[in-house]
Write a protein that binds this ligand. Sequence first.
Ligand code: PMP
Length: 360
Amino acid sequence: MAGPSAAPAGGHSFSAAAGPLPPEVVDEVAQACRSWRGGGPVLSLPFTSEAFRELQHETQARLRRLLGIPPGYQVLFMQGGASAQFALVPLNLLGPDDAAAHMDTGHWSRRAAAEAARHARVVSLRHDALDPSAPSPDTAPVAYLHLTSNETADGWQWPRLPASPWPLVVDMSSDLLTREIDWTDLGLLYASAQKALGVPGLTLVVVRDELLGRARPSVPGVMNYTALAAADSRLNTPPVFAIFVAHAMLGWIERQGGVPAMAHTAARRSEAVYQALDASGGFYRPGVDPAWRSRINPCFGLADPALTPRFLEQARAAGLFDLQGHPDLGGLRVSLYNGTPEAAVSALMSFLRAFQRNHG
Ligand code: PMP
């Protein structure tokens, strides 16, 4: 059976949908579910309490330190996932007649553009059809340029954010906290929490002050960036537990050496995987041009695609789960999130070699 599964205890999941949490983070969360900071369980911490405000402010401070967020940006905690932001970005940032430019680089950027097109005129740009460092501003009035920094489904990544004549709006759901961020042109960043920042339920939005104050009247009140910023993300009940897990995950990242350490690990692991694929004499087929390969979600196929079900079955027998590609794209995919243990990566490398030995 090739369908997705939850990896059993002792197995390793390479799912793209959610990142594993390091054991120290799991222990901290498990303990806090019973009692947190000498008080009651974090599971029922009221968002109106002083303790929650402290937790929220510490989480925001950790994000500001780790991501190097300069002054002049708001750090908002929202719900609805990155998918809700596909619509909330145009609804909050565009006037009635404005257009948005969208870089078309793969599955998730297309999903973002399709949703934005329900609310705005979308100008679609291809990263290879023009110099990405200088997209033409002729199509004005364009309010911002949207891009997906890492295409989770395609295994494609911007090696650095392009320079842009318009403020950049960047979906970093799958590579947040794995790369340093150049804030020069960045107007807004958003990310779901479940890959890099803990568990589902929290959506991070970091937005430049100058972009506030433009929301259309039709934006739901609790999804209005300006109102959220004024209310310190507590217009209604925030995702308290998911914020707690993010706080624990950010503490763990700081103890590992912060984003430079995470970036180094992502580079080392993905280079090892690509090296093994490239050295396979065509048995494994990485599909993406080396200049644009993702450091988080390497995607590949087999020279003989008919072997794919057997690859997945034998991988599971070796304790390696969820290596199937995105359902719309097929093939195989490895996801290397911050919480992925070293043991998972080395077991995968051995498996890649063994499978080729047995079937090559
Ligand atoms: N953008 C990217 C780059 C993603 O990888 C995903 C989820 N895989 C999403 C958006 C959608 O996230 P959510 O399901 O939290 O809305």
